[in-house]
Design a protein around this ligand. Structure first.
Ligand code: ADP
Ligand code: ZN
Length: 672
């Protein structure tokens, strides 16, 4: 049997019959290792411990999969991604690797089978949920077999301060105590210096070697746009550049997930909702569909995504501001694992800053927690407001330096910086008059109405047309004033407090009012359509990206069609059959023989044997395949009552007592 023949290459009889490179070529069909992979594989095969920091899509899996095939015994992979284990194992089996998993989803019989295979040395890889390792029964089971290595995937889950903390990860130190000779390789895509140190100490990996790759993801185009009508902006992005593509849209709240998914479906874009409030069977079904079907959009809270290794996610869109750069980078990193051009798009506005600041202020956490959250948010805001290359800023956050990338919005359309000192003074002065002189509490909306000299009912009611700042801001539009207030909040020159998001001055405001400090601002660029990528045509040809010769398009579509049929038949995600990148290479090179097909990156021995003839037939037919089937119908998600509005009333006045830093008197009061 095919499965047995590959396993015998190294694991069953303990003889290394092939070196790692040959396994890479034969089993995985890749011509060579990428980046640090070769060094990591060599180190682990030799029995060394390692911490591997690589961005999403960098190729971490091969770093433990290849050594598991080279070393005698079974590679034991600890992964928190229970829902994905089946797919991971299916993908390995499709390559002819003997893989299995143990988690709570298995029946008693299935579990016994996997356990027996492990003990008999018939598994190359065994995936385990971390909670299994807290049970003595599992540890005893592991003692009955031979272990090639322990791979600790998503190792940042051991970090108690991180966003993905899993208490069971803390028990992983026992592995080292019980199996001191078995090499351990910890892998993560999340790694600030602090997280890295925490992983090293908690997993007792300080003697291991660290492999830190560049975190750059050159194929992802980063774009952060001013938020105006976010759903419409999103729709423009999907229609203009990502018609027919798979992607993820992140929203902060469950309600906005539901509404956004409904909105997309109503506009003809197949979309599914995903959030922690949905029944777990619905969540699982939606996730499975997203992984299996082509061209679905998943609208989700951050509950969705860790470990989603779907390689052809073409865009990640954020409709709300992420809480930290680390989280943002991890979420956007889910785009473009296959290395093909992809988009990370974020719409960001004044309300986001207000909301996040408020959430931190009212959080249950202690002072240290709030301070840390504040620092995370400030770094995220600095990224949003930067006038320099986004990628350089992102990489700086991970202690890497870079040069302007040419593939982010600020590089493509450099925003102008402007001296916003006077505008800042106008806003701060208005807040000063409201708070200090009148002891009133108002939000940004009222301050902007005052600056614009609008005689709204509320302006009249509170006599705000009598303020000296009334009408002094007619030189800027409402949108521009919102941009000014947003940037003042982002820079800590203004703050919000209380239930109604009242604007208050900070100590730093005084420096601006007293002309001791200048304020640099970013001019929000007027939105233009994508600058680098030609907007795709609305037809099915939209799926064909620029990296494919134009005449290869029909063949690529025909190959996708063939792949979809296979995936349906076998009940596995399409990428388990072949990745897009592989199909594109085939479409571009039109191999005429099995040998030529076998040379294409991503076509390993098992797949060549299984699919070779069929693919050659599709190629010979030259893309004159039957009409592409219409994408599967997507049900509109359940509708829910309208969520509580986060705008409107939040900007009104309040009457709670307040405590706020008293600003210094300006040296010379402003004229207004
Ligand atoms: P990670 O776990 O780091 O996010 P994966 O292990 O899922 O990344 O790999 C990302 C993609 O890159 C996968 O599609 C994988 O098949 C591909 N890949 C990894 N290593 C290589 C290589 N040496 N040559 C070609 N493709 C590779
Ligand atoms: Zn750039």
């Amino acid at each position: 049997m095919l499965l047995a023949s590959i396993g015998a290459m190294g694991s069953t009889d303990g003889v290394v019959l092939e070196d790692a490179l040959q396994i890479l070529q034969r089993v995985f069909g890749y011509p060579e290792f990428r980046g640090d992979q070769a060094a990591i594989v060599e180190h682990v095969v030799a029995g060394g411990d390692a911490l591997v920091l690589m961005p999403t899509g960098g190729g971490k899996s091969l770093c433990y999969q290849v050594p598991s095939l080279v070393r005698p015994g079974t590679g034991v992979v600890i992964s928190p991604l229970i829902a994905l284990m089946q797919d991971q194992v299916d993908a390995l089996r499709a390559l002819g690797v003997r893989a299995g998993f143990l988690n709570s989803s298995l029946s008693w019989d299935e579990r016994r089978t996997v356990e027996a295979e492990f003990v008999a040395g018939e598994l190359d890889l065994l995936y385990l949920a971390p909670e299994r390792l807290t049970s003595e029964a599992t540890l005893r089971l592991l003692e009955q077999g031979e272990i090639a290595l322990f791979a600790i995937d998503e190792a940042h889950c051991v970090s108690q301060w991180g966003h993905d903390f899993r208490p069971d990860y803390l028990s992983l130190t026992h592995l080292h105590e019980r199996w001191p000779k078995v090499p351990r390789i910890a892998l993560t895509a999340t790694a600030t210096e602090a997280t890295r140190q925490e992983i090293l100490t908690r997993l007792e990996l300080t003697d291991g070697r660290q492999f830190v790759s560049s975190f750059d993801r050159p194929n992802i185009q980063y774009r952060i746009v001013p938020k105006k009508e976010p759903k419409k902006q999103l729709l423009d992005l999907l229609r203009g550049e990502h018609q027919g593509d798979a992607g993820i849209v992140y929203c902060l709240s469950r309600a906005s997930v539901e509404k956004t998914a409904e909105f997309l479906v109503a506009n003809g874009i197949p979309a599914l909702p995903y959030h922690a409030g949905l029944d777990s069977s619905v969540r699982q079904r939606n996730q499975a569909r997203f992984l299996r079907e082509d061209g679905l959009v998943m609208v989700a809270t951050i509950a969705f995504g860790m470990g989603i290794d779907k390689p052809d996610v073409r865009f990640v869109a954020h409709l709300d501001l992420p809480k930290s750069v680390e989280g943002y980078y991890q979420e956007t990193g889910r785009a473009g694992r296959d290395g093909l051009p992809s988009t990370a798009w974020l719409a960001y506005g004044l309300q986001d800053v207000v909301q996040q600041r408020k959430m931190i202020e009212s959080s249950e956490g202690d002072l240290a927690f709030r301070r840390r959250s504040q620092m995370h948010l400030d770094a995220m805001l600095a990224l949003c407001e930067t006038v320099t290359c986004r990628r350089t800023r992102l990489l700086e956050y991970f202690n890497e330096s870079g040069v302007p990338c040419g593939n982010c919005d600020t590089c493509l359309t450099p925003p102008e910086a402007w001296d916003g000192t006077v505008a800042a003074q106008k806003v701060l002065s208005t807040v000063y008059r409201l708070r200090k002189e009148r002891n009133q509490k108002f939000g940004a909306g009222q301050a902007i109405d005052i600056l614009l000299g609008r005689k709204t009912a509320k302006v009249i009611q509170f006599d705000h047309d009598q303020l000296s700042t009334f009408g002094i801001g007619e030189d800027l539009s409402e949108g521009e004033w919102r941009g000014v207030v947003r940037q003042l909040l982002a820079q800590g020159l203004l703050a919000v407090e209380g239930e109604y998001s009242t604007l208050v001055l900070t100590e730093a405001s005084a420096e601006v009012l007293s002309r001791k400090r200048e304020v640099k601002m970013r001019k929000d660029p007027t939105p233009t359509r994508s600058t680098t990528r030609t907007a795709s045509s609305p037809s099915g040809a939209a799926k064909v990206k620029i990296d494919l010769p134009a005449d290869a398009g029909p063949l690529f579509e025909a190959l996708r069609e063939w792949r979809a049929g296979q995936a349906r038949e076998q009940g596995v995600p399409a990428y388990v059959i072949f990745h897009d990148a592989t199909l594109k290479s085939i479409a571009a090179s039109r191999p005429g023989s099995l040998t030529a097909l076998g040379a294409v990156s991503g076509v390993g021995q098992a797949k060549l044997t299984k699919y070779g003839e069929q693919i050659l037939e599709v190629v010979a037919a030259g893309g004159a395949a039957p009409e592409a089937a219409a994408p599967a119908a997507v049900q509109a998600p359940r509708s829910k009552p309208k969520p509580p509005s986060s705008g409107g009333a939040a900007w009104g006045s309040g009457d709670a007592v307040d405590e706020w830093p008293e600003p210094e008197e300006p040296d010379e009061p402003m004229d207004w």
